[in-house]
Design a protein around this ligand. Sequence first.
Ligand SMILES: O=C(O)CCC(=O)C(=O)O
Ligand SMILES: [Fe+2]
Length: 301
Amino acid sequence: MTPEQILKIPARVLSQQQREDYFTNGYILLERFIGDEWLKKLRDATNELVEESKNVTKSDTIFDLEPDHTPSQPRLRRVSNPTEHHPIFWEYVSKSPMLDAVADLVGPDVKFHHSKLNFKWQKGGEEVKWHYDISFWPHTNYSPLTIGTYLYDCGMDQGPLGVIPKSHLLEPMLSQYDDHGKWVGCLSDDDVRKIHIEKAVYLTGPAGSLTLHNCRTVHGSPANQSDQGRPLLLYTLTSADAFPYTVNPLKPKHDQVILSGKRAQFAHHDPVPCLIPPDWSGGYSSIFSLQQKEDAANTMM
Ligand SMILES: O=C(O)CCC(=O)C(=O)O
Ligand SMILES: [Fe+2]
């Protein structure tokens, strides 16, 4: 569906202004959108996963660990595919009002792509450099979006998600390869200057706030040097008429499951060319290990 078609369908939970803002700017922030009941369930489930990670000494397909992670001082960067490791994370994406907010932005037929839980641990949780997501998992159109849920309050000191307004409309798309043709998964310093990084908007908000950014919106987040962690629960959902066409090395169990509405009979194709990732049929390293230049072979996700 096109934005114009989507906007003609009556909204479930968002105002028409919020929907228009999303299409104009490439993101919206919904402050305190998720109630305390959901928050408690999500926090408890997160704590259970952190407990489990204490037995793990090396990053694996579930836990992406900071190098100094120990059982007594766990330091996680990410849990991959949390929907597969605790039922609450699936319940949340399939039954909460978050799904209605997404339906207001991609249309009534909504499909699951993947989920992750990014921690940005206290006192050293790493920066995520400026990048856009769609080149990690190209689709036939640009409906995919990522929703972040702040499980705790997130201020400027906790490394909030930062977005560049209107960057989702940039053509041609910028490269996420370096000058030698190596995939780096982020923009070059030159390109970052060109897209006017000083216009970045940092999406801070109280616990239960949602960040929604389009798959072509340039975004990143600063390191967290504060003494408070920043668990951010992320889901990527798409319109049912968007189909991935590159290898997904970490194919989630729920990949392509319809969360709302019905399966599409036709793919919708957007003519804007999409930057393609390397061939990941042999494996993949996380955005953190890639950007922090760790040995990719040792950090397969
Ligand atoms: O955790 C964050 O601040 C952003 C992560 C992100 O953009 C990604 O994983 O693609
Ligand atoms: Fe991202």
